[in-house]
Design a protein around this ligand. Sequence first.
Ligand code: GLA
Length: 446
Amino acid sequence: MSSTAQKQNAIYSGVPWYDDQGNIVSAHGANIVKEKDRYYLFGERHTDTSNAFAGFNCYSSIDLYNWKFESIALPVQATGKLDRNGVGERPKVMQCPATGEYIMYMHADTMGYIIPYVGYAVAEKITGPYIFQGPLLLNGKPVKKWDMGTFQDEDGTGYILLHGGDIYKLSNDYKSISEQTCKAFEKGFESPAIFKKDSLYYFLGSDLTGWERNDNYYFTATSLNGPWTKRGLIAPPGTLTWNSQTTFVLPIKGSEETHYIFMGDRWSFPKQASAATYIWQPLTVKGYDIAIPEYEGAWSIDLSTGRISSQKIKPGKLIAADKLNGYLGNWVQGALSTMSSDEKNASFSFTAKATQIGFYGLARPDGGYAGITIKNSKGEIILTGTVDMYAKYQMVGLKYLSPVLKKDTYTITITVLGERWYWKNKKGDLSGSKGDMVSIARIVMI
Ligand code: GLA
């Protein structure tokens, strides 16, 4: 959108991100490939209506804060497994050292997740177009598993990781599997991701709870063949991996420090396009121990030195929600200075001179969706968004922050949509929120 100046200066977890065109970044189950000084982000392109395949997106960035939309790297296919009735998840791209081609791997499935396989697609250019090739074969047969990831070792060998801990070694051209490196060793263990530090491999994954969050955990080994030793949780117990599910770990090797970025998804079915967010956190790695001890709402990384720092929003830029007017409909004052409502169409508006505007909210087990609009001083709607106010436990956090805007007077309106996230898995178990509540804690203006 023309009115956005696009110069975010930090990684903000748990809020919708806008790309250079003013659209919400839709790239879940992602991975990142670096080429020259650009980072390419590949992920699931979602809709707000169903889990049917809607393509895989590619974005690029030079700072990991501001994302340029590059392409629908792999669009919905006219026919076959990845047509508009299929499911495509967790795209992962690696460049094949032997051929120079870019190969994208994915979980391809039927709606309902009944007939999965690992598929692949090939491109000449990193941004695509990726041409779908069908299943990746081992001895002429597809690998019929679902959650997958990839890992490229220092010698250029590529591996496919699968739920449960299976690891498969790719052939030289990355277009088939040459052998099984490690057999599944754990029940569940979805969203597999591996990174390596010195001579130790770390294997991260989640418990099997569909799009509901859980405490993700990890193993270590000195060889990809195993044996893998279970080491424990990635984040403090009960935080449910700070309400996210692992997708990838991105190492950043600076001139002074090396850091590992944990990339996780905070899913939000059915509004996965607008309301699912990214939880990208610095991962501390010391010997066998890895951790995300604190939740960093906003942090920055100097990509040349590798130094990281926390970015705190100054207290003067925050106003408690119960000190403000502008509420329409039935809102109730509560603990932590919150104002809460679950009445459909109840709204709150706030006007301020700012370059960025947003709010902190109380996520809760009965949290629902909030609709967001930002208007400029002419009354034109310049941004819209959707925020998911659900969490399995109560937690105050930044829920929405606009991109950096031209200096003007802006009005943010937060509306109770009277909807919530939910998910029925293939066994018919229902998970998700128990209500439509929207709790505003503080307004932010920068
Ligand atoms: C898990 C998987 C996701 C997706 C959902 C669907 O979260 O990790 O990739 O398949 O289940 O329920």
